[in-house]
Structure formats: C-alpha cells, structure tokens
Ligand binder design. Structure first.
Ligand code: TRP
Ligand code: SF4
Length: 534
C-alpha cells in the first residue's frame, strides 16, 4: 500500500530544532522517529514540522490560552497540534454544546499509549462536553483481519480500562461500530459523497483493497460526525497524527454534505480564494481610482489591479479579466450563499430569511447587510430546519507518540517496548527498570554533563503519565536530570515504583468495574459467524 502525500518519511530531524520542541517549555519529552501519515502503517513521527507546514495542522500552543483549565498533556506540549480546536474551546468557555469523541481498534491489549487518549476523552467529559468512545471493531475485522472472538476479548479490556480511568458511562456514550445502526446509516450517506479515486489518493487503496476495508473508512467518517446527529456542535477528536488523513477527509465530507456554501464576493461573478484576496485589496484602494469612491466599478478596479505587484500573477490576471468583463458593474462587498445541495424549499426559505438588502440569482443569493459569521449561522439554521445535518467541520487534537521503552517506537508487537495496562504490576516495574535511558556512560560523566532527558523514554514516562497533574514534579525530574543531580539508577527505581503503583490501582479499579459490566448498555459478545477470513 502506498501512503498519503508524505512519502519521504525517514528524513533525519537535523539540528535545527523542530518547531514542536519549542512547545515544550518544561522540557516535555521530545518524540523521535519519522512520520508517515498512514492510519494502518507504523505510526511514529520524526518531523513534526512537516505536520504543520505540509498538512496544515496548527500548533497547540497557539490555542492553549483559550482553554479554561488545560490538561497536563496540553500544558506539557504532549498534545502538540490541532485543527480548529478554537471552536471547541470557545463552546467550552461559553457553556454551549460541544462534544469529544475518539475510537479504538481492539487489536491487542490496551497500553499506556491508549491511556493518553482515554484520559483525553475523560478530561473533555469532565470539562462538560458530551463524551463518546467507540470500539472500531469493523475496522479491526476488515483492515486487520481479527476474528470476532479476539475482537470481543480486546473490546472488553479497552472498555474496562476506559472506565477504570474515570469515564462516566452514564453521562457519556460507549458503542461499537458493528452494533450502531445510526452510525452505519450515516456511513452509507457519507459514502455517497466519497469515491474510489479519493480513497486511492488519500489512503493508497487499489484494486486489491477489500470493499469492507473501504467501508470501515466511511464508518470512521460517520463515527467522527456521530456526535452531531442530533444537532450540529463543535466536536473534538483526540487522536495521534497518523489519523490526520481521516480527519481531513471527515472535514471535507462534512462540508460536502452541506446545503449551502457561504463565501465572500464583490460582484456577481465567482472568484477563487486568491483572486478574492486581490480584489479585496483593490476594493480597499478604491479612493485611488474610482470616479465615485462610494460606487467603484469593476472595470476601474481591474485597471488598477493590473498594475498591482504580486507573486500571484496567475490569480491577479484571472481577477483582472473577470473585473474587466464585468465593466460597469459596481464593485461591492457582500456575503454569498451558494446553493450546493439544498432543496428548492430550503433555498426559498433562505432567501426569505435574509435580512436587509439581498439579490437572488439562479444558484446563489447575495446578502449585503450580513457578516460572514451571521451568514454561516443562518445557512446552518435553514439547513437544519429543512431536514439537513448542518455539520460543523470536526476539530482534532494530536498527541505525540511515546518512544518505546527499548528505544525506537512503542509497538504492541514488542512487549518490552510498551507497558500494557494489563501487565502484572511487577512486570511493569521490571520493564521500567530495563528501559533505555538518556543517561551518560558513567555516573561521573552524568554528574558533570547532566542526562539527556529529552531523549529519555523514562523521562517520557514521567511527563506523559507518572507525574499526573503535578507539573512541579515533572519539572523537578527534568531539571535534576539535565543538571546532573539525578542518576539513572535511582531515577528508574522511582519511575518503576510509580508504574507498579499505577498498575496496581488501575487493575483494582478494573476489577470493580468488571463486576458492574452487565449494567452497561453495551453488547460485549458479537454474535457473528466465522467467515473465510477468520
Ligand atoms: N482508525 C482508528 C484507529 O486506528 C480508530 C477509529 C475508528 C477512530 N473510528 C474513529 C478514531 C473515530 C477516532 C475517531 O485507531
Ligand atoms: Fe532518564 Fe532519569 Fe536518567 Fe535522566 S536520570 S536520563 S530522566 S533515566
């Protein structure tokens, strides 16, 4: 299978520190390795910069201040990126409806990497969001070939750990893909907007790809939009960056389902985004060229724009041509509603409900007294009133992958590289004791130069998990390490004990929940026949 745009994945990070590293003021652990944004491949990331520059993920740092009481993974830069999280933070602050959802493929034991995502869902639930956790059993069956028996066993374990970590099943929603009819119905509808060429381009699917694997993709799209089925609301999907192709696709599909597209326009004709920016500049300079600046003409603006210096010459020429063709038509900013999938009634109703001056065309209507935000709201309202979904593009947050305890990537197929939430506490202790560190050759050298906490999987354990909410403690470990006051033997002993304790507590809570599982509205046993793949 070929991967999505990002192909040269093994580029070394180099010395010029990735932007992300700057998001780790308290010495949060630096992730390693390389990035391939492949949801079914191996997921490690070396060059977080690329995620920002090529894929348009934004730095989490920039929204951190807008989050009322940020989670420690946010404060420590472990959650390093986002798409549109602002919308969620705003709803959080204003006590408006919002949701958080994530999903888990039940392919093995839940481990400390999953714990991060469990914690993210739980934290969002505690902040007042509608919280959803789903088991991606259809995906595990179709994309990974697990049998239903295996899936059922793991499903139970994921749910138990999620509950043990604090998910409130009464306030939130738990489901598995295979039994959620509404999700499957939505997946079917979304599948009408998706075609095979896109699957090829985004996921590298080809003629050999199972149809059910493709179906699991639209199912995930439906998972992501499921919290909005009753009413549109900002929704955050906490995931690893490997899931970003899914996020982009879901955001795209969510807009394709909409009745109307709201854009800004200046005259009757359509502009591309860059052309629009240039025409906006021309509009702002109308005093310089318009015979009557209160009513500049397209032709006049076109003449002015033709001499405007920009590197976007193609867009400029395009805009100039359109302006010239429009000649004497007034150049006047307006908000435009394009009819995308609306019924005639919905379009009529929209036109009816626009306040102030408006002009109706065959497939769009222009409003002169509505700002963009108000127009978006109106478009969504009319859509919902006429039986549409009115989806808000889903937001996402991305966390760093933990480095494996043995160095390299944390992988479920290498038991020593990770700690399963089901490991015996003593085993957890032993794995931490056996972990690679960022320590120096000798104690003497360590005292002199300090340890390399930024490259130490043990420090990561402290930052991602063992310090919990206690920033002071995480910082102390970091500073003692890099200052040469902390030696690896003792440091690992402390971490190992904390890990043992954590596993003991966690497993005790799992047992408590085990006794109450029957009370949950959740089907733990799949009643499916064995198929050829099993
Ligand atoms: N594809 C995800 C994984 O591999 C699982 C998943 C299914 C998911 N549906 C989702 C994740 C919705 C986030 C949101 O782990
Ligand atoms: Fe890692 Fe601790 Fe050693 Fe520092 S002292 S390198 S944090 S094990």
């Amino acid at each position: 299978m070929t991967h999505e745009p990002d192909t040269d994945t093994n580029e070394p990070t180099g010395d010029d520190a990735p932007a992300v590293e700057q998001a780790l003021p308290d010495g949060g652990a630096a992730g390693a390795d390389d990035v391939a944004l492949d949801p079914w491949g191996s997921s490690t990331v070396s060059d977080y910069r690329k995620l920002f520059e090529e894929f348009g993920i934004e730095q989490f740092d920039e929204v951190l201040d807008e989050v009322p009481d940020p989670h420690y993974l946010m404060r420590r830069g472990v959650i390093f990126g986002h798409r549109d999280y602002r919308a969620v933070a705003e709803a959080m602050r204003n006590d408006e409806p919002w949701a958080a959802l994530s999903g888990f493929m039940p392919t093995g034991d839940p481990h400390i990497g999953h714990k991060m995502v469990f914690d993210e869902i739980i934290w969002h639930q505690q902040q007042g969001g509608d919280a959803y956790a789903l088991i991606a059993d259809l995906e595990a069956h179709s994309a990974r070939g697990l049998t239903w028996d295996e899936i059922d066993e793991h499903t139970r374990d994921y749910i138990l750990s999620l509950l043990a970590l604090g998910f409130d099943p009464e306030a939130g929603d738990l489901y598995r893909q295979s039994t959620n009819r509404e999700v499957q119905n939505l997946a079917f509808e979304l599948g009408i907007e998706a075609n095979f060429s896109e699957f090829q381009a985004i996921y590298g699917f080809d003629g050999e790809t199972d149809v059910s694997h493709m179906e699991s993709v639209v199912t995930q799209m439906a998972d992501i939009l499921y919290p909005q089925l009753d009413e549109p609301k900002p929704t955050v999907i906490p995931v690893g960056p490997d899931q970003d192709p899914h996020m982009r696709f879901a955001r795209d599909l969510s807009t394709r389902m909409r009745f109307f597209k709201v854009t800004d326009a200046f005259a009757s004709f359509e502009l591309t985004d860059t052309e629009r920016e240039l025409v906006a500049i021309a509009y702002d300079h109308r005093e310089e060229y318009a015979e009557d600046p209160d009513q500049p003409r397209c032709g006049e603006a076109g003449e002015w724009l033709a001499d405007y210096e920009t590197s976007a010459t193609e867009a400029r020429n395009g805009a100039v041509e359109k302006l010239d063709n429009a000649g004497k038509e007034p150049l006047r900013p307006r908000t435009r509603f394009l009819d995308r999938n609306a019924t005639d009634e919905a379009f009529d109703a929209l036109v009816e409900e626009i306040d102030g001056e408006k002009r109706r065309y065959e497939a769009h209507v222009d409003a002169f007294d509505l700002d963009h935000a108000a127009a978006e709201e109106l478009a969504r309202q009319v859509e919902v009133d006429h039986g549409g979904y009115g989806f808000i593009p889903p937001s996402s947050i991305y966390h760093r992958f933990m480095t494996g305890l043995t160095g390299g990537k944390m992988s479920s197929s290498i038991p020593a590289s990770h700690i399963s939430l089901l490991d015996d506490p003593e085993e957890g202790y032993d794995k931490v004791k056996a972990a690679t560190t960022g320590g120096r050759e000798t104690a003497e050298e360590q005292r002199e130069k300090g340890g390399k906490a930024d490259e130490c999987p043990v420090y990561e354990l402290y930052a991602y998990l063992l310090s919990g909410d206690d920033d002071e403690f995480a910082k102390e470990v970091y500073e003692e390490c890099v200052g040469g006051d902390r030696l690896c033997g003792g440091c690992k002993e402390q971490a190992a004990e904390l890990m043992e304790q954590f596993l003991e507590d966690h497993q005790a809570k799992r047992e408590e929940w085990e006794a109450k599982l029957d009370e949950l509205d959740f089907e733990f046993d799949s009643d499916r026949k064995r198929a050829s793949g099993d």
